[in-house]
Design a protein around this ligand. Structure first.
Ligand code: HEC
Length: 543
């Protein structure tokens, strides 16, 4: 059974072939070897049934054994693939399950560069932290490999950088979207960056002048995991935020198109709902996806401007457009926070064009504008990003342009600014736990952090691997912290009390944005979108 697309009055349906959920599970197990390592631990082994959109991945243990029993595979023919940096399968492999003692023979890859994560490029490239710092921007649209393989000299690279500034942030090479006006940049900074990039790319020869460093494969506890990946039907679907509802259905925002997606993980069934165009000709797609108390979904519609609410009772959208005086060519809503809207009828959002906060009165559709940074020195950069709210709908906001977080009072709109202990931290996405603590990712500082609003104190933890740049964090019901990144293809699981952590490797290149943990199930499951890979990824820890 293939995919079937039907256009139904605005709802774009794609019903994926159903997984045989009821069929009895069969064995698929074996071991991974290579001439250099007879027992390979930490090799990701993926199995995809012929005709299915679902791929399951397990990891080989210290004895080199892999076993798909946690995946409960149904009988049938499976294509197997692997991930182990430096290696590839000797030959393509399909097996009929049930099957035991499957031998996966690996050989050294001839193209190591094609396997590197952005993190591995960052750690391989010579240069100072200051030289590399601006490059963390590049990962949002494509991998670093594209840059490292380019042959541009400084002049040509400068022209490339100027072109990059013409793209909207919700762009991928498969669906480039132009901004109304190019992003402002400083010529001297771009020239310096171009010269640096031309020193680490292939402008001077057929290979790189530096060794390609790789991260170690997973070991021990980090091998005890099951990863399920659900492919979406178009390459231009870029899931940004993935959140599960009360019934375990995964919903996601699409960064590149005006659709809201719904995936039933039990069957793989996939449905899309198209929301109305708010601004014709402007880049399409939404960023933040948040539920209100009634389970209706709110989307921040980026350059389409304004907010959109999806009513789960009748599957209809209501739009909340920006008023004309706010809706200039730079206007952009990236975040939305409706979780406490039942308290005062207000929904928070960001206005990136003006670097301010907007608050929507849901009943009247009116927006009010508040500048949280108006008392800060004029020469500092600001960009309100991650938002969360407490029981009284007081707002906590992350300043992604700088090194502060802020609390905005819902009654007085007074703002209190709290600088993070780490300088130039660029706080990104955030969540509030049941004790009222604010957890967030310190993107540029390579840390995750917690703010206690009662004591007004911070705590920070280093991400264990340099250059991973955490994007978002989530504290699960067991008090463990989960984080994802756009650069390392690894998921961080960290126990804040002990500081101990492990990193799970993902089966494919996975540009991770929002992270989410479904706390209603046991064990808790971790959910992300593969923003460049058109898939939804579920990670189930097996301990
Ligand atoms: C907003 C999205 C976006 C960002 C951010 C971005 N790029 Fe790109 N980049 C693209 C797109 C789209 C393409 C393919 C189309 C093209 O070449 O214009 C591309 C292609 C490239 C190429 C290959 C094209 C060529 O002519 O060789 C290079 C090199 C490159 N980007 C460098 C960078 C660097 C360096 C950064 C960070 C400073 C960066 N990009 C950030 C969107 C982006």
């Amino acid at each position: 059974m293939g995919l079937r697309d039907t256009f139904l009055g605005g709802a774009f349906l794609a019903i994926a072939s159903l997984a045989h959920a009821q069929a009895p599970a069969v064995t698929l197990s074996g071991r991974v070897t290579s001439t250099t390592e007879p027992r390979m631990e930490g090799v990701l082994v993926s199995a995809r049934k012929a005709g299915s959109t679902i791929t399951q991945t397990v990891v080989s243990n210290a004895a080199g054994h892999f076993n798909f029993s946690p995946a409960a595979l149904a009988a049938g023919r499976y294509a197997l693939s692997i991930r182990a940096v430096g290696y590839e399968l000797e030959s393509a492999l399909e097996v009929d399950a049930p099957a035991a003692n499957v031998e996966l023979k690996l050989r050294k890859t001839r193209d190591l560069a094609a396997q590197l994560t952005n993190t591995e490029w960052f750690s391989s490239m010579p240069g100072t932290a200051e030289q590399k710092r601006p490059l963390i921007e590049c990962m949002s649209c494509h991998t670093f490999e594209r840059i490292a393989r380019s042959k541009h000299d400084p002049e040509a690279m400068y022209e490339v950088l100027k072109r990059m500034a013409t793209y909207a942030i919700n762009t991928s090479p498969d669906r480039p979207q132009k901004r109304a006006n190019p992003r402002k940049f400083d010529e001297a900074t771009f020239r310096r960056l171009a010269a640096y990039l031309a020193s680490i790319n292939l402008s001077k020869g057929a290979t790189w002048s530096y060794a390609l460093k790789t991260l170690p494969r997973p070991r021990g506890r980090a091998t005890r995991v099951l990863i399920t990946e659900y492919d979406l039907p178009r390459k231009t679907i870029a899931p940004h935020d993935v959140v599960t509802d009360a019934n375990g259905i995964a919903w996601y925002s699409n960064f590149l198109e005006n659709t809201l997606g719904r995936l039933d993980p039990r069957t793989g069934a996939h449905v899309e709902y198209t929301w109305p165009t708010l601004k014709r000709g402007a880049p399409e797609g939404s960023l933040a996806l948040e539920p209100d108390r009634d389970g209706n979904w709110w989307l921040a519609t980026m350059f389409q401007t304004g907010l959109v609410r999806f009513n789960i009772k009748d599957n209809t959208f209501k739009v909340f457009p920006l008023p004309p005086d706010l809706n200039n060519s730079e206007a952009q809503q990236s975040m939305v926070q409706p979780r406490q809207a039942h308290v005062d009828g207000k929904v928070w959002t960001t206005e990136i064009g003006r670097q301010v906060i907007l608050r929507l009165d849901v009943a009247t559709g009116k927006y009010e504008m508040v500048d949280p940074f108006k008392f800060m020195p004029e020469n500092t950069n600001h960009s309100p990003y991650g938002l969360t709210a407490d029981e009284r709908n007081n707002l906590f906001l992350m300043d992604f342009g700088d090194e502060v977080i802020a609390r905005m009072d819902a009654k007085t709109l007074e703002t209190t600014i709290y600088p993070t202990p780490a300088p130039r931290s660029r706080p990104r996405r955030t969540m509030r736990d049941s004790q009222g603590r604010i957890w967030f990712a310190e993107y540029a500082a390579n840390k995750v952090a917690m703010f206690d609003p009662v004591k007004e104190t911070f705590k920070e933890w280093d991400a264990p691997t340099p250059f991973t740049y955490p994007y978002d964090v989530y504290l699960d019901r067991n008090g463990e912290l989960w984080a994802g990144t756009m650069s390392s293809d690894r998921v961080l699981r960290l126990a804040p009390a002990s500081g101990k952590s492990i990193e799970y490797l993902l089966p494919r290149q996975t540009n991770v944005r929002r992270v989410y943990v479904d706390d209603k199930v046991t064990p808790v499951t971790f959910w992300i979108g593969s923003n460049h890979g058109a898939s939804i990824v579920k990670l189930t820890p097996l301990d």
